[in-house]
Ligand binder design. Structure first.
Ligand code: ZN
Length: 76
């Protein structure tokens, strides 16, 4: 008579799913200072490879400022 049959305990290892830690994205943001007041106007992330002209209203001095954004450290 197989005594082990039926008395087998099913051991379940319940592993709680741990979400992987959120990797902080690489910091590509570039602070762009307002050419008029010198304060930080915006942070730009994901700079395009082509230089782009940005015109915006500075939140500090409320002037419309224009500047160019490009990758400063392009490997060339
Ligand atoms: Zn400004």
């Amino acid at each position: 008579m197989p005594a082990s049959e039926g008395t087998k305990k099913t051991v379940r290892t319940v592993k709680r799913y741990k979400p992987p830690p959120i990797a902080s994205p690489p910091v590509y943001s570039v602070e762009v200072a307002c050419p008029l007041c010198g304060h930080r106007a915006i942070d730009i992330s994901d700079l395009p490879s082509e230089p782009i002209a940005v015109g915006m209203k500075c939140p500090n001095c409320n002037n419309i400022v224009h500047f160019q954004c490009a990758k400063a450290h392009a490997s060339s």
